[in-house]
Design a protein around this ligand. Structure first.
Ligand code: COD
Ligand code: ATP
Length: 201
């Protein structure tokens, strides 16, 4: 039996930081953000639907989607965001499920699904355990502004597009507090994975 761990949290709470640590420990990670980038490449169905729905103004000159432009639209307008989600999410789910099935078939002891919108999209039934990466609001805001070069307003718009982290924390099987150093985060992660017997012997 494969143990499926759902890794989630808020934007810039540290999911990618934790998923990189999990990969270093040898765990296979399927990343929803990566899948979401793959399914909107030129030539894919979702790409055509996005251009039809949002117009060619959201394209770069090389034909790829201008993610900054599309982000500025969808994080400032819930209806536009729902429109994009309705195009991208089904394709992301299909891709992630296929990758997960392949890992289960190959006998993986543990599979990690890194899904920022695990709760918002109602996907908790996909996983056996939910691991939430938490940070305090002020640290989340600061790290998001620094990483993406966003203004405070731009960062807050993205944070508002998700459930409050405190709500996610309440529903988690385990929580990593990522306010501290990366080393402190790694120690918490190791303890949780040992408790869940998630690592290969
Ligand atoms: C709007 C887009 C083009 C912006 O791209 P950009 O490269 O700036 O951001 P990136 O994709 O790396 O996402 C960064 C983070 O934003 C948050 N986020 C992304 N999309 C959404 C969304 N629809 N609702 C809420 N939060 C979101 C997540 O925490 C994600 O980790 C892109 O995020 C997108 O296509 N989103 C729709 C698909 C989606 O929901 N992806 C998230 C997981 S499936
Ligand atoms: N413990 C830490 N100490 C200092 N900086 C950190 C720590 N953890 C993460 N960061 C930094 O904070 C930013 C956000 O972290 P990360 O990219 O892992 O978040 P994320 O949850 O994957 O974000 P997203 O939802 O946007 O994909 C990054 O710039 C990262 O380098």
């Amino acid at each position: 039996m494969t143990l499926t761990i759902g890794l989630t949290g808020g934007i810039a709470s540290g999911k990618s930081t934790v998923s990189a640590m999990m990969r270093e420990l040898g765990l296979p990670v399927i990343d929803a953000d990566e899948a979401a980038r793959a399914v909107v490449r030129p030539g894919e169905d979702a790409y055509r639907q996005i251009v039809a729905a949002f117009g060619p103004g959201i394209l770069q000159t090389n034909g790829e989607i201008d993610r900054a432009k599309l982000g500025a639209i969808v994080f400032n307008d819930e209806e536009e965001r729902k429109k994009l989600n309705a195009i991208v999410h089904p394709a992301v789910r299909q891709k992630m499920l296929a990758e997960k099935e392949a890992l289960v078939r190959s006998g993986a002891k543990t599979v990690v699904l890194d899904i920022p919108l695990l709760f918002e999209s109602g996907l908790t039934s996909w996983v056996d355990k939910v691991l939430v990466v938490y940070v305090d609001d002020d640290i989340q805001l600061r790290r998001l502004m620094e990483r993406n070069g966003f203004t405070e307003e731009e960062a807050r718009a993205r944070i508002r597009a998700q459930w409050p982290l405190a709500e996610k924390m309440k529903r988690a099987d385990a929580v990593i507090n990522n306010n501290g150093t990366r080393e402190e985060t790694r120690r918490q992660l190791l303890a949780i994975l040992k408790q869940w017997d998630a690592l290969e012997k």
